[in-house]
Write a protein that binds this ligand. Structure first.
Ligand code: AMP
Ligand code: GLY
Length: 422
């Protein structure tokens, strides 16, 4: 079989490595992929938002199955277009991808179907929002409606901060048209858990839970990033919590999307907060998380391609989705300065025995075939072990053997999970 994976980050690299385990797979094309993936996929210079380009490429190469990983092409209807061209796909159609693409849609869906989430109001008018914020209690959460590269959330501690945030989102359009509408919601507290789930629109099969580390600095300080590391499973996500999430959140969400005529097929990401009043949805994503995928897929024992095809065919109920009872840790190595300005073009050196445990993101190959940095988050290095402590230790010992100028990583990935698990 010939496969095509849309996207070019660490998440896509992890997906590609797992897909390769299936002996029927003869070729995987990554659109656009990145230079670090070269050993695992053929990178093709077609951007993840070039829907017409990917459909034409798929037809030309005779692609048998496509995986659309990032949010942008999903929201733009990549799955709709590829299906129309006769190519079966993993991922939701645009009318279901809206669960991530519009926070207003997601909040209204949860309200209508009684799915637990933070109390909220939506606004498309600056003065009405400002009036509301004058009377609100703080901290409070302000979210731009549309996709904003994971950066459209601010948590002002005072009215003054809220006013400044509101004008940058709604008046100065910091996130473009994503800020035409906003959600203002109640500030929740509790441990956060990421749960990715396979679904064919009828059955939902959650993957092993995970914990992201979004802030740039040790001890969860500093600005938010695309994710500095992950561990799986998440110790806060006990059997009892999992059972409650299935009953109160996962199944109701799948049913709600069906009832709205927007059946969701693919990977639905539940960003949850375990509050004292029970688990609540912080966000939905219409895709695999990054860097959650880098710890979840190495623990998957079932064949990924088989499971993905089952979500497309509607046969997930009969398909086994099994995870190893082990632990995984991913440490992200970033360019010094990230998430603010950073330098690129630094040569990356990875020992041969570490390479199979590395998922590349911001890396490219130069004309003279050197691998150099090209982004903020350069790569993720992963370890799987019987214990969480073992996985963390091994991930860091691998991370320490990788070098490039300005290499930065958090030193405490998994530390909070380790404490919680004791
Ligand atoms: P999001 O982009 O929706 O993932 O939000 C980014 C981060 O903001 C989340 O991971 C949470 O840490 C935080 N956050 C979002 N919504 C809330 C909320 N209602 N209460 C507290 N923290 C929140
Ligand atoms: N790790 C969070 C996300 O993928 O959006």
């Amino acid at each position: 079989m010939k496969l095509m994976v849309i996207g070019g980050g660490g998440r896509e690299h992890a997906i590609i490595r797992k897909l390769k385990e299936n002996p029927q797979v003869e070729a995987i094309y990554a659109l656009p992929g990145n230079g670090g993936m070269r050993g695992d996929a053929v990178c093709v210079n077609i951007g993840a938002k070039d829907i017409a380009g990917m459909a034409a490429f798929a037809a030309e190469k005779g692609i048998d199955y496509a995986v659309v990983a990032p949010d942008d092409p999903l929201a733009l209807g990549a799955v709709d277009a590829l299906e129309a061209a006769g190519i079966p796909c993993f991922g939701p159609r645009a009318n279901a991808a809206v669960i991530e693409g519009s926070k207003v849609f997601a909040k209204n869906l949860m309200k209508k179907y009684g799915i637990p989430t933070a109390a909220y109001e939506t606004f498309d008018d600056f003065s009405a929002a400002l009036e509301y914020l004058k009377r609100a209690s703080y901290p409070i959460v302000i979210k731009a409606d549309g996709l904003a590269l994971g950066k459209g959330v601010v948590i002002p501690a005072t009215y003054q901060e809220a006013e400044a945030a509101l004008s940058s989102i709604m008046l100065e359009k910091k996130f473009g048209a994503s800020g035409d509408r906003i959600v203002v919601e109640e500030f929740l507290e509790g441990p956060e858990v990421s749960v990715l789930a396979f679904t064919d629109g009828k059955t939902v099969k959650p993957m092993v839970s995970s914990m992201d580390h979004k802030r740039v600095g040790d001890g969860d300080v500093g600005p938010n990033t695309g994710g500095m590391g992950t561990v799986a499973p998440n110790p806060y996500y006990t059997e009892a919590v999992a059972e409650r999430c299935m009953r109160e959140i996962f199944l109701p969400t799948i049913r709600a999307m069906n009832a709205e005529g927007r059946p969701f097929r693919g990977c639905l990401y539940f960003g949850l907060m375990l509050t004292k009043d029970g688990p609540k949805v912080i966000e939905y994503n219409c895709r695999f998380g990054d860097p959650e995928t880098q710890v979840v897929l190495p623990l998957l024992e079932s064949d990924l391609l088989t499971v993905m095809q089952a979500t497309t065919r509607g046969t997930l109920a009969e398909t086994e989705v099994k995870f190893a009872a082990k632990h995984a840790c991913c440490v992200v190595l970033a360019s010094g300065g990230y998430p603010n300005a950073y330098e690129t073009g630094k040569e990356i050196s990875v020992p041969a025995d570490v390479l199979p445990h590395v998922y590349f993101a911001g890396a490219k190959t130069t004309e003279n075939d050197r691998l150099v940095t090209s982004g903020g988050r350069v790569l993720g290095v992963v370890a799987v072990a019987d214990t969480l402590a073992g996985a963390i230790e091994q991930a860091y010992s691998r991370a320490d053997r990788i070098s490039f100028d300005g290499k930065y990583c958090r030193r405490d990935i998994g530390a909070r999970a380790l404490k919680a698990g004791k």
